[in-house]
Design a protein around this ligand. Sequence first.
Ligand code: FEO
Length: 171
Amino acid sequence: MLSEKLIAKLNEQVNFEIYSAYTYLSMASYCESIDLSGFANFFKVQSQEELFHAMKFYDYIFQKNGTVTLEQIEKPHSDFGNILNVFEAGYEHEQMVTSRLYKIADIATEEKEHSTIGLLNWFINEQVEEENTFNTIIKKIRRCENNSAALYMLDDELATRVYTPPTTTNA
Ligand code: FEO
């Protein structure tokens, strides 16, 4: 049985992962609006991944005899100004996710809640890849500055990203 404190924090994270999905869908919409459909595809896939993250926490809370409470989702940003700003905002968002996960992991560690520590380690390891993906694309966009042909090549590359639904939230 999880403590009320831990259930509350995991619940917050369910809501935050859904907010992340909403944020990335807003970024997809911005990219679509400036005719960068490959970048938009990247964010649509990212949004789907975030919903999977939300469901992984959701299922875990019920497996541990807790209850999920959904909250209002904050309106995401929508006017980013340019494509570099979008990815910088995404990178900042992922860093915020990492910091939130660390805080929950600290509580789980204090409470010696080992199965929750295991779950959080899965997420924390994912964050290494998430942050690196954003950082790598930021560097590529910077290299495309004043070179729209290179930017469209990157757009084509990101158009190939595909979401592969995991068969289970138990990983
Ligand atoms: Fe659910 Fe991108 O972290």
